[in-house]
Design a protein around this ligand. Structure first.
Ligand code: GAL
Length: 347
């Protein structure tokens, strides 16, 4: 009887051990198979036209792979700092940060470091020294100066092909320039390199106005309204740091009777957002520069996902990192001649 009880006891033990280990197994299978890593993402503000396309691309590439904590920082760095704290406490495995203020990168790096979390900055480039200060920090964006050079080339080609745009025939291109956010690497570089490229091509220029429209259509329209009433037809070229502002300028020009009959004003932007492509097709915009939202979103997601999974940031991707740990997606000139290519890039 004693022997029988002992065997029974042993059997119970074995069975309960088996039950226990099988439940552990099934738990770990669930974790591995179904749970996606949480990736914390911030967009500096949702109502930025170009960034809405980058956000869409990140979301599309994340489908089935990761669970995104997507935040609108509403153009407030303080809000973004709080969002980063919240994402860390919610268990994010990596951060993808579109800074509000490019100078705030060090604060974000401090937070990421303290939590031992990798961070991928995108679109607003932090100082190289900040990226270098943390081995788990990277950047996805562009080479800002390239967009200025390409925009300058688009302007040079068009200006040379249209001598009638020099309305007063003085051999000088009198321009107004709508600048993006001051201190933003893209705004600073586009402003400098677009004009430098025009001058380097041997075209004399006169700057009638240069002010910031903060990347924003409505602000650009207000500026352009004021400039048209001040300078009228003396304006011979509108250079905008982005398409959003170029579209604002076009609204103002429409209201002032441009683009009817012989009354024309050349307007050039950067981004190649779909609304700008429509204006190129309508003959109201001379050209733009493709800022590849889809590929920047793709690279941002791929790097953030890889590092969330503990892998090398470039694992299985087509990207390369430069000396400052940055992936730089190229810009491309866009005019009516290659419009279909640009339309494809934003699909
Ligand atoms: C630029 C883009 C602008 C604006 C800005 C926001 O690259 O050309 O339209 O979106 O980023 O940081």
């Amino acid at each position: 009887m004693k022997k029988f009880t002992a065997i029974l006891l042993m059997l119970v033990m074995v069975l309960s051990l088996a039950a226990c280990s099988s439940s552990t197994n099934s738990d770990s299978t669930t974790t591995k198979g179904d749970e996606k890593p949480i990736i914390g993402v911030t967009i500096y503000k949702y109502d930025d036209n170009f960034m809405s396309f980058v956000r869409r691309a990140i979301e599309n590439f994340a489908t089935d792979k990761a669970s995104l904590e997507m935040n609108d920082s509403q153009n407030s760095q303080a809000t973004q700092n709080d969002q980063v704290d919240t994402m860390i406490s919610k268990g994010a495995k990596s951060l993808a940060i579109n800074l509000v203020d490019p100078q705030a990168a060090a604060t974000i790096v401090e937070k990421a470091k303290a939590a031992d979390l990798p961070v991928v900055f995108f679109n607003k480039e932090p100082d190289a020294s900040v990226l270098a200060s943390y081995d788990k920090a990277w950047y996805v964006g562009t080479t800002s100066s390239e967009s200025g050079v390409i925009q300058g080339e688009v302007i040079v080609n068009a200006w040379k092909a249209h001598p009638e745009w020099d309305r007063n025939g003085d051999g000088v291109m009198s321009y107004v320039l709508l600048k993006g956010e001051p201190g933003h690497p893209d705004a600073e570089a586009r402003t400098k390199y677009a004009v430098d490229t025009i001058v380097a091509a041997g075209i004399q220029v006169q700057e009638l106005e240069l002010q910031t429209g903060m990347w924003d259509s409505a602000k650009a329209k207000e500026l352009m309204d004021a400039w048209i009433s001040k300078h009228g037809d003396a304006i011979e070229m509108v250079i905008a740091n982005n398409d959003g502002m170029a579209l604002g300028a076009i609204q103002s020009l429409n209201a002032a009777g441009y683009f009817e009959g012989d009354k024309f004003m050349p307007v050039v932007g950067v981004d190649a957002i779909p609304d700008a492509l429509e204006q190129i097709k309508a003959g109201k915009m001379v050209g733009t520069v493709l800022n590849d939202a889809k590929n920047q979103g793709k690279a941002t997601f791929e790097l953030a996902y890889n590092v969330a999974m503990g892998k090398d940031p470039l694992d299985g991707t087509e990207w390369t990192l430069d000396d400052s740990k940055a992936v730089r997606v190229p810009y491309v000139a866009v005019t009516i001649d290659n419009i279909a290519f640009a339309e494809e890039a934003y699909k």
